[in-house]
Design a binder for this molecule. Structure first.
Ligand code: GLC
Ligand code: CA
Length: 580
């Protein structure tokens, strides 16, 4: 692929003011909306509860959607709201083409889509193709049918090892802890075959070697496309196809902490046949026009491999987990930005950027811990070292502002615009994430980042639910973080996000390009030019000097001097360029 020449206007004057410029990402002529989009993740059970049962619902989303339009995002992605026994918060689907009564009805979904259209917001839904719920009728039928039946072909059933099949068929471990296999009982009550579940035992993996599974998911795609959705976020998109023979791997299905990240070596991840599936789905989407998108939740390492997922005839986007996992340090951030723009740019794809989601510790809490995250990294509990929230919030604001200036797509997780931390002192009695139970509490799990949103400081349950008990309790400090409090304060975290998103849109930063301004880059600072906007981040312990320019926005609204950048701060400047 040929690389377009750098598009920087007047390279010489820039270099006089900013030092040498290192361009990483040439401007692209492709204007597809997803290439520069900001997509906001709604976690339905924690967004807004309108019917008062303590669990967020679709009418609650519709009622508050205008706040997201005001925030300035392009699209919302809804985590699963489909019929489900909720053993993994809806990622265990028993009917892919209906709404769980907990969240409402299909008519409520249609109302949400109509409201979104009025507000100019696109709607992306979550597709969970790796596994369903053990209560899905197809799995119930497979369990009721004998070994070797066509019903069982839709899942991964195997005989056990050992004299009487008492040992699991291989050594894979579940992502949530324990074996990835569960033994079934035969019709006569005696012990039977085992089935594979990379996640909870209530989430049997589909067998993607079966054409019937392919046909079923194409039907599901069309069902939601017919209802007007704009695309799909594809859950564990790296895992659908398993290596032939299911060879031993030596432990946890996701590689686990002891092995480091497995990348493409693991027999349950990144198999070549996956790409045929996504090419086929891309064709299905194209039947509905060019605007529909696929985004992979693909934990694939390194970024060079991830690039294969976003080739022109595959997915439009893939989550950038290496970016989420990068440390708050100039060398780490520069390395991951370079690798992202370089690897994905090689196939003509934009990068995406993300700092938080419903599976990880929110970045306010993460960045408020100086050391490593405890136990598997998916939660902080009351017995762990607690984050320094003042530090965390300052760094989170700086990180978010750094991210929102980058060219490409960005994903936001509900509540990050309010600077919410995790609930890190939640009583264990409230925990619902299967990770906690399956590891005997050794891993805290993800409930801490899933606490309901605070809407209105003075209302019952901080405006999340007018009656009822929220499914997870709020931390004591939540009232001060309520959206209405922050909306009235132009120095709030919410004001920072709203301001940054408006500027990002006006300055077309998402569709822009990146050149490092070397004079302001060091081991403890980074500066990049995107169009005519200079973004500078200071990770050092001391203030740093800035080039002359107009301040567009800065992450520390109390910062006084305009020629200095505080420690742990990001600024967007319109630099005054000396013409030489
Ligand atoms: C994805 C989801 C996570 C879920 C898992 C199993 O990683 O983001 O929440 O538990 O898949 O579906
Ligand atoms: Ca509800």
């Amino acid at each position: 692929m040929s690389v377009a020449p750098p598009q920087l206007p007047a390279a010489l004057p820039h270099s006089m003011a900013l030092g040498e410029l290192t361009e990483v990402h040439p401007l692209s002529a492709n204007e597809h909306w997803s290439r520069s989009s900001v997509i906001y993740q709604i976690y339905p059970r924690s967004f807004r509860d309108l019917n008062g049962d303590g669990i967020g619902d679709l009418p609650g989303i519709t009622a508050e959607l205008h706040h997201l339009a005001a925030l300035g995002v392009d699209a919302v992605w809804l985590s699963p709201f489909f019929t489900s026994p909720q053993r993994d918060a809806g990622y265990d689907v028993s009917d892919y083409c209906d709404v769980d009564p907990l969240f409402g009805t299909l008519a409520d979904f249609d109302a949400l889509v109509s409201r979104a259209a009025v507000l100019n917001l696109r709607v992306i839904v979550d597709l969970v193709p790796n596994h369903c719920s053990s209560e899905h009728p197809l799995f119930a039928a497979a369990l009721a049918a004998p070994a070797g039946s066509t019903e069982r072909e839709l899942f991964i059933f195997r005989d056990g090892l050992g004299a009487s099949g008492e040992l699991p068929p291989n050594d894979w471990e579940s992502h949530f802890g324990g074996s990835a296999w569960t033994r079934t009982a035969d019709a006569d009550g005696g012990p039977g075959q085992w089935y594979l579940h990379l996640f909870d035992s209530s989430q049997p993996d589909f067998n993607w070697d079966s054409p019937r599974v392919h046909a079923e998911f194409e039907r599901i795609l069309r069902f939601w496309l017919d209802r007007g959705v704009d695309g799909f976020r594809v859950d564990v998109a790296h895992a659908l196809v398993k290596a032939q023979g299911l060879p031993n791997w030596g432990g946890r299905a996701d590689g686990g902490s002891s092995k480091g990240f497995p990348g493409h070596r693991a027999p349950m991840f990144g198999q070549p046949a996956l790409h045929d599936i996504y090419r086929q789905w891309r064709k299905v989407l194209a039947e509905y026009g060019q605007d529909k998108i696929l985004c992979a939740e693909a934990n694939v390492d390194p970024l060079d491999r991830l690039a294969d997922w976003v080739r022109p005839d595959e997915m439009h986007q893939a989550f950038n987990f290496p970016y989420l996992n990068a440390e708050f340090s100039a060398p780490s951030l520069r390395a991951v930005v370079d690798a992202s723009l370089g690897s994905l740019g090689r196939v003509g794809a934009p990068s995406t950027w993300v700092l938080s989601n419903h599976d990880v510790v929110r970045h306010v809490s993460r960045l408020g811990l100086d050391g490593q995250l405890p136990r598997g990294g998916d939660g902080i509990g009351p017995g762990d070292v607690q984050p320094n929230l003042e530090l965390g919030r300052r760094r989170a604001a700086a990180s978010s502002l750094f991210m929102l200036g980058l060219p490409g797509g960005a994903y936001l997780y509900q509540g990050e615009e309010l600077g919410l931390p995790d609930h890190t002192t939640l009583d264990h009695g409230h925990r619902q994430d299967p990770t906690f139970g399956r590891t005997g509490g050794e891993r805290i799990g993800r409930d801490g980042c899933r606490v309901p949103l605070p809407w209105r400081a003075e209302d019952t349950n901080v405006g999340f639910s007018s009656e009822g008990t929220p499914w997870l309790p709020f931390p004591k400090s939540w009232r001060a973080l309520a959206r209405d409090v922050q909306a009235a304060d132009d120095r709030s975290h919410l004001a920072l996000y709203t301001g940054a998103l408006a500027l990002r849109r006006d300055l077309r930063l998402g569709a822009g390009s990146l050149a490092w301004a070397e004079r302001y880059c060091s081991d403890s600072s980074l500066a990049y030019l995107n169009g005519n906007t200079l973004v500078v981040l200071n990770t050092s312990g001391a203030p740093m000097d800035l080039p002359a320019g107009d301040v567009l926005i800065r992450s520390d609204s109390s910062a006084a001097p305009t020629d200095q950048l505080n420690s742990g701060e990001t600024i967007w400047l319109s630099p005054v360029l000396e013409v030489g």
